[in-house]
Design a protein around this ligand. Structure first.
Ligand code: NI
Length: 228
């Protein structure tokens, strides 16, 4: 499932992030790449252990924890601390698949990447190119979102970022280990949750079918989830 989550950050929050990032030191993006990715990648990143990256990452994680849409779609067990990249004119990231396992350097924190996320921090009109292109079972998807909005997609997808031909593209990217490993199961739970929310709004939470379907949702979650 490919899902756009609008307005994870407000425009004011994006501006605050960009201000801090503008004062930070950027380094070659290949420090976080796997071997194959390193061959394809040409961008810069905030060093992951830097104070700026860490505090901006915590800020984004707080925003994620308040997004009901994110929680319903991702059913997150663990979120890798967000990283930050920047593409300037001529820079791109060729086709690759993200590493299956991510370990936070110098710690025991390790996740299986079930979902990849990109949170856009530049407005689409501020750069040309820089399109996140994701190959999934429905074909090729081209993603370029307003600043503050995020795309969530299966980490198993091949994807690339087309060359930036004008301006600068800045974003945050990270991975999620879901309580529900299987993408098809997670998608069904998301669809069911959406339908229950709508039904609840129409009929109220005491409606017998709402109660029954809520039971089905939780029993499917019990069947498929791994909570730690
Ligand atoms: Ni990637």
């Amino acid at each position: 499932m490919l899902l756009t989550i609008p307005d994870i950050l407000t425009k004011a929050q994006v501006a605050e992030c960009r201000k801090l990032m503008g004062q930070a030191e950027w380094v070659d993006g290949n420090i976080t790449s796997g071997h194959q990715s390193a061959l394809a990648k040409n961008n810069t990143q905030l060093p992951e252990e830097s104070e700026v990256a860490r505090s901006l990452g915590e800020f984004i994680q707080d925003a994620l924890s308040m997004s009901l849409l994110f929680i319903s779609a991702a059913l997150p067990l663990k979120v890798f601390p967000p990283l930050f990249n920047r593409y300037e004119c001529g820079q791109a990231f060729g086709t690759h698949v993200d590493n299956a396992i991510r370990q936070l350097r110098g710690t025991n924190f390790r996740i299986r990447s079930d979902l990849s996320a990109t949170l856009f921090l530049s407005e689409p009109e501020d750069y040309e190119g820089g399109v996140l292109t994701i190959e999934d079972t429905y074909g090729t998807q081209e993603v370029k979102l307003p600043a503050g909005s995020m795309i969530l997609y299966p980490a198993s997808s091949l994807h690339h970022v087309t060359p930036v031909t004008r301006g600068t593209r800045v974003s945050s990217f990270f991975w999620i280990q879901s309580m529900v490993r299987n993408d098809a199961h997670r998608t069904l739970l998301f669809q069911l949750d959406n339908a229950i929310q709508k039904l609840t709004a129409d009929r109220g939470g005491k409606d017998p079918e709402v109660i029954s379907l809520t039971g089905v949702y939780h029993n499917l979650l019990r069947m498929w989830a791994d909570s730690g």
